[in-house]
Design a protein around this ligand. Sequence first.
Ligand code: GTB
Length: 219
Amino acid sequence: MTPTITAFEHSPDRGQGLARDMRVRWALEEVGQPYEVRLLSFKAMKEPAHRALHPFGQIPTYEEGDLVLFESGAIVLHLALRHAGLLPEDADARARAIAWMFAALNTVEGPILELQTAKFAEGDKPWSEQRLPLIKDRIRQRLGELSLRLADAEWLDGAFSAGDLMMVGVLLRLKASGLLDEYPNLAAYVARGEARPAYKRAFAAQLAVFTGANANVGA
Ligand code: GTB
């Protein structure tokens, strides 16, 4: 059964691949699973029909027969568990790859989201200017720690896994800030993720939504 995901009809990032459907598209491409995309307006996301799929009225969602999932991490984990290619066979290595997924979402993404909020939602507040350096330092703390762990390895724990997919997906949101460039090994790590053919296919598919090309079917 071909799964269907949801994505922005008009992504505010204008096709830069920063919305969270990108991670799901990337995972689908990595495992070679064809998929369909239902594009949603901001209004449609908040209507009961979509809230029945996603309690918080957001994208992405994932529908596969009777299964409905929300949360990009849960969707990527589902794909990684059901298909070969995103998790190692060895049980311990598999558990470690899943731990990296959680690290990306729970430990690294938090301060990065704070930066986006401070810049875009709170940029006009009088205290915003003073808060930004504090948030940037919290991000640097995490990047420094991650950089030390990665060192000169290609991926976080052996072969590329769903842990790397999620970590690269999270770090990509920092590109415009310049913070990533302070850690050359992390910048190279993200570039390796972006160079993967599956990433490129996913990126092209979400960009085509913005440019108006037909991108309703992926993989
Ligand atoms: N924890 C959830 C997950 O991982 O799936 C978070 C889902 C989420 O935040 N979805 C956002 C959404 O639906 C889109 S990705 N927002 C609409 C709403 O809440 O009403 C967040 C996002 C939005 C825009 C950009 N951008 O333009 O750069 C980047 C990321």
